[in-house]
Design a protein around this ligand. Sequence first.
Ligand code: ADP
Ligand code: MG
Length: 485
Amino acid sequence: MESTIRESYDIVIGLEVHVQLKTNSKIFSGDTASYGSPANANTSVVTLAHPGTLPLLNKDVVSMGLKMALACHGQISSRQRFDRKNYFYPDLPKGYQITQDRDPMCRGGYLIVQTRNQLHRIALEKIHMEEDAGKSIHHEDGKGTSVDFNRAGTPLLEIVTKPVIRSAEEAAAFLMEIRKVVRYLAISDANMEEGSLRCDANVSIKPRGTAELGKKVEIKNLNSIRNLSHAIEWEVDRQIELTEAGHPILSETRTFDTALGKTFAMRTKEELNDYRYFPEPDLSPVIISDVWIEEVRQAMPSLPHDVFEKFVREYMLTTADALTLSETRETAGYFEQLCTLTPRFKAAANWMIGPVKSYLNDRGEDMDQFPISPDRLGALVDLVEQGQVSFSMAAQRIFPVMLLAPARQPKEIARELNLLQDNDNRSLERTVDEVIKEFPLKVEAYKNGKTGIVSMFMGEIMKRTQGRVDPKAASKMIEQKLSEK
Ligand code: ADP
Ligand code: MG
């Protein structure tokens, strides 16, 4: 599509995000809420909604909901209720879902979200608690459908944004921020593949700069961040093409086919159920005291965006470095500890983003599995910064030994491997660095194959040190430094 046509429209997106909470038991019964059990293993009579059974609210769900509400700056309802949302589906044992319709966990609030070069404040409509439904498994041979009720009654938080998101990129950034926040709060695994983080996207377009919102289309069950952005991009194009051709947009629910990369109509809004919401008579209202809110607030960790800002402000990191290091609570915590041990924040950040991160990536491990303590890594950072060993020796020779023997002191390893530079060596290194920095064009020429240029660098170093260096050591160091460039 021509970009001028695209630019004559505004894109409007509202997201409905479902987060599965990491509680031990389900929201209204003692059944285990964990993922991956054999089908129908976690299904007592309460989950199966046998007559005469009653729901009993799991307090942990409310505490987790309060954490999220506080993290999103929402106005917490002091008296919350549950409602029944009635519809029929084979994986819904009760024939209704218990959810919060009128008095949800909180209303309003926002999350700060970062795209490539901008901060966005995404306003929220509300956050509410509800139970999940079971799972229908449609057999591929067409021979029927099986139902697994393990998921029925597991606790969810639904986070609903206002229609304020302006692009697929911003929508993806919002979902990533939700994932980050709930993981920081340790209230969900937020794993899209396992379905503990799910997202519906409401998408509409309108002529650029006009106020009235267009008819929205809801795209259901987007199960990856990539699919979320692809579905939005495709849907926006579809809506613009229809509008340009003079056709109306129907309010409908669509599904995204990942293989074809297109959205398809599932049902129009007119066919939708009337859910006949009414208050759940088997549960009393939930009273949220200020004391409870305070208790939850006290137990909250710092949030990713605050950590990010702190890293930029206090440790003078670049935006990109601060984002990388605040990605998980474990990484951020490790880095902060490192910064209490060494004043060389930038060097510490480089070690984390360089050798540490590639080690973890190679092994598919997380920060909490990293064997070296901040204390030992800090000592290694300092060793390099004081010029006692070169960075490349530290990263290539000492770091691997530390990974296998995390209790050992880096300096001792350096001594054993004969990597400690004496004073002469250090001042030689400084001179080499100086010369390399002053002659960027010569460095460029070297990289393009003019290896003879080493002798020019040698001459320069001899001049500056009045010949007081070992020429062999000097030329070796020049070649090493140049090849690292
Ligand atoms: P419904 O009653 O159809 O569920 P809601 O008003 O509850 O609609 O909104 C559901 C979601 O759709 C919210 O995230 C909201 O921001 C979003 N939304 C509402 N109107 C629009 C629109 N015109 N374009 C895009 N998103 C919208
Ligand atoms: Mg709705």
